[in-house]
Write a protein that binds this ligand. Structure first.
Ligand code: ARG
Length: 321
């Protein structure tokens, strides 16, 4: 069994889910989103090409171990109280297991459920969009997009997070700066762009992880100086990660209420999370790591709401550092 659960220690948790902060005494609220997810069953997961520094076709994932690890992750999500909608993996798309990059699902300000598809930077991943859109349409979602088949700006949803009313968007290695305005306009939200410069943290979800309404894991080393400062400004109580800590994939975590599902937890990070009242659930995801992604990359939250998690900004707006 690869799942290890540790007892929670530290701060007092009130029945409402509010936690009294260990550092400032400020009251924090759990994230309103993160209780339902889409994931892709790893039926054809391989490392066929190299589009990030973790991938090496000579080091293939073991299919049996992959399946075990992925099912243990699903069980942990369900134990934490989350619902998971499972898509089948396309045989021609070995990276499709990283469901986070398919696109972003949300309820728009007018109440329609929508799916804004990614426009992957690398052609090797673009067939995934066809399946993602078919899935979203089958769930009654309106389809949106900013580009397709190499035409239009690249957008990869692993770069996108709802955070304190803004859609925080990493750009550089994958998402292009030119995608930010069309995303803001399509969703009627404010997009805050952050420039990623670290080649191994090629999506924002390797360097940033919202924990509750005031706290987030943040690795400034992933960003240029102005963007690092801007991100630290956005987070009232940051858990600042060193580059070495972030490269364990510890920020590529999924937060369900006060549970943090993560593949690794450096001692300092665990100490801080537990002092804040979070419970760490460690998952062995050695096989998905061979493609360069972990828990967050393998899951895609489907319960974001514009007007609750993101401020309504008619026509959209982009803010850059
Ligand atoms: N091999 C995949 C790629 O390079 C990994 C994706 C990781 N996903 C993520 N959300 N960071 O596109």
């Amino acid at each position: 069994m690869t799942l290890v659960q540790e007892p929670r220690q530290g701060t007092t948790q009130e029945p409402s889910g509010q936690v009294t902060g260990a550092t400032t005494g400020a009251t924090t609220e759990e994230l309103a989103w993160g209780r339902s997810y889409a994931a892709v069953s790893p039926d054809h997961f391989r490392v066929d090409y190299v589009i990030n520094p973790f991938m090496d076709p000579a080091d293939q994932p073991d299919p049996e171990r992959t399946r075990e690890q992925w099912h243990a992750m699903l069980a942990a999500l369900r134990d934490a109280g989350a619902r998971v909608d499972v898509l089948r993996q396309r045989p021609d798309s070995p990276d499709m297991v990283y469901a986070m990059n398919l696109g972003i699902a949300l309820t728009l300000a007018d109440g329609r459920e929508a799916f804004l598809a990614s426009h992957m930077r690398y052609a090797e991943r673009r067939a995934e969009t066809v399946s993602a859109e078919a899935w979203a349409a089958s769930r009654g979602r309106v389809l949106l997009g900013v580009g397709r088949d190499g035409v239009g700006p690249h957008l990869e949803a692993g770069d996108l997070f709802a955070w304190r009313g803004d859609l925080v968007a990493g750009f550089g290695p994958r998402t292009e700066e030119a995608a930010l305005a069309p995303v803001a306009a399509a969703l009627d939200v404010r997009v805050r762009g952050l420039r990623i410069v670290h080649p191994a943290m090629y999506h924002l979800d390797l360097a940033f992880c919202p924990l509750d309404d005031r706290r987030a894991m943040v690795c400034p080393a992933a960003l240029d100086d102005a963007s690092a400062a801007a991100l630290l400004d956005l987070v009232p109580e940051p858990l600042v990660l060193t580059e070495e800590e972030a490269l364990t994939f510890c920020a590529n975590a999924v937060v369900v209420g006060r549970m943090v599902l993560m593949p690794a937890c450096p001692p300092r990070v665990r100490y801080r999370l537990e002092a804040w009242g979070f419970r760490v659930v460690l998952l062995d995801l050695s096989e998905p790591h061979k493609g360069g992604g972990s828990v967050r990359c393998l899951t895609n939250p489907t319960d974001l709401v514009v007007g609750r998690d993101l401020d309504v900004v008619p026509g959209g707006e982009v803010a850059l550092p």
